[in-house]
Design a protein around this ligand. Structure first.
Ligand code: UD1
Ligand code: CA
Length: 460
């Protein structure tokens, strides 16, 4: 069976009050329409069609290179008209599934169920019961048989129909050949002057087609986003579900309400995550990793036994086992720590490889550098890697000791077991086992009279 998925994303979303098209607003760091696309991709043999209109250029930019049939609906004449725009590219003997770019949380399991029903020559409809159905299309059923007969839009409904709590989510699956037959028969003769996709339900019923209405597991699955309040509600729901999955996978969360995953987090056994962690991109944490409060982790790999202390920011870095980082450390792209390395408070690293057991414990900037094993970098050490035009490299070999408040002017190499005296500015290579220091000699003047302020009479 082939499945054509048609995702409607042409609407303006004016209530978002945004210059950005609604479907590009993000849930969990990912554009809403991308959630729908990714979920649709989990269905077998799915061809994707996305109908765009408002903000077409911006949406197209996201869709290009994703192997999607992008269809422009220049004028938004209704949901039926929108689906019709994609029909020329739809395979007649398959099933068409209609989804929405602003309904991001729909689950693959629900869609699979619908596609199977449609493949068995039913019209599969996803409905939900709402205590307040205002604004939604109402599901009209036969009083005796309970069979679905039609969908009536809120603006077209009579008093009896308005009292119905079962509403249309908009999501449906139907054999494509019928859709090709029904869509050209739609008329815009209704309260909104639009071509309603929902009118195909009555056509199906009159043709004796079984309309199989199923309901989602959770209401949020079919929740559309019209404003930023609803966006934030879905965001929180999405985050709490991810937190649940983490905990069920064996991760301890100090507070499941205070973690934000905006990417993919892979975890080993007995990981502990304290509050306010933000994860972006692909992050992997090994066994027994501890992340203290208020850390931001982006595209990084942190091997087992690492302890990341509070308020640390790590991006595009690779940490070997049993490292200690932070509090208040910043590991920038290209940082690689070998096993048992330590990077302490107010230390920034960039494009730097740190050898096994080496320490950069306090107040340093180490960039474009390679440190061997067992190196000790004293407080306030700076690699001067940039002359305003060029970046140059610093090499610090095994066992070297860099005294506090030293500047290493790159390109420069500090040999193995060498020692740099505190407060030095090192501009030339230092041989292994040598001591280098560039400090000025200390002068001393005995009994030096310190200048004092003149105090005049009468002044207080
Ligand atoms: C639609 C349904 C209604 C259902 C509700 C659920 C119809 C006629 N009505 O109503 O039964 O309860 O959704 O939210 O289908 N769109 C386009 N092109 C268009 C028109 C719409 O791409 O020409 C897209 C919009 O961007 C939006 C979606 O389709 O994502 C729904 O359109 P909207 O006009 O909001 O339909 P509703 O009035 O909410
Ligand atoms: Ca809507």
């Amino acid at each position: 069976m082939s499945v054509d998925v048609v995702i409607l994303a042409a609407g303006q979303g004016s209530r978002m009050k945004s210059a950005m098209p609604k479907v590009l607003h993000k849930v969990g760091g990912k554009p809403m329409v991308q959630h729908v696309i990714d979920t649709a991709r989990t269905l077998n043999a799915a061809d994707l069609h996305v109908v765009i209109g408002h903000g077409a250029d911006q949406v197209r930019e996201l869709l290009n290179s994703q192997n999607i049939n992008v269809v422009l609906q220049a004028e938004q004449l209704g949901t039926g008209h929108a689906v019709a725009q994609a029909m020329p590219a739809v395979t007649a003997d398959g099933v068409t599934l209609v989804l929405y770019g602003d309904v991001p949380m729909i689950r693959s399991e629900t869609l699979t169920q619908m596609v199977i029903l449609a493949d068995q020559d039913n019209l599969a409809l996803l409905t939900v019961n709402l205590t307040d159905p205002t604004g939604y299309g109402r599901i009209v059923r036969d009083a005796a048989s309970h069979a679905v007969q039609a969908i009536v839009e809120h603006k077209d409904a009579n008093a009896v129909q308005l009292a119905i709590n079962e509403v249309n989510t908009g999501i449906l699956a139907v054999p494509s050949r019928w859709l090709q037959q029904w869509l050209p028969q739609l008329s815009a003769n209704n309260a909104q002057g639009e071509y309603y996709l929902t009118d195909i339900i009555a056509m199906a019923a009159s043709q004796g087609v079984t309309i199989a209405a199923i309901q989602p597991e959770a209401e949020q699955e079919v929740q559309g986003v019209n404003n930023r309040l609803q966006l934030s509600e879905l965001e929180r729901w999405y985050q709490s579900r991810q937190a649940e999955q983490l905990m069920l996978a064996g991760v301890t969360l100090a507070d499941p309400a205070r973690i934000d995953l905006r990417g993919n987090l892979t975890t080993g056994q007995d990981v502990y995550l304290d509050i306010n962690l933000v994860v972006e991109g692909d992050v992997t944490l090994g066994d027994n990793v501890v992340i203290e409060a208020n850390c931001c982790l982006k595209d990084c790999r942190i091997a087992s036994g690492c302890h990341i202390k509070a308020n640390t920011v790590i991006e595009q870095a690779d940490l070997g086992p049993d490292c200690e980082v932070g509090p208040y450390a910043r590991l920038r792209p290209g940082t690689k720590l070998a096993a048992k390395a330590k990077v302490g408070n107010f230390v920034e690293t960039k494009k730097t490889v740190v050898g096994e057991g080496s320490k950069i414990n306090h107040l340093s900037y180490i960039g474009d550098a390679e440190l061997g094993a067992g190196v000790n970098v004293g407080a306030g050490t700076i690699t001067c890697n940039y002359d305003g035009v060029n970046k140059s490299r610093t090499e610090i070999q095994d066992g070297a000791f860099i005294g506090s408040n030293s500047s290493l002017v790159a390109p420069v190499t500090i040999g193995a077991q060498a020692t740099i005296g505190a407060g030095s500015t090192i501009t030339k290579n230092v041989q292994p086992d040598a001591l280098a220091l560039t400090r000025a000699k200390q002068a001393q003047i005995e009994n030096w009279p310190r200048p004092r302020k003149n105090t005049q009479k009468g002044e207080q």
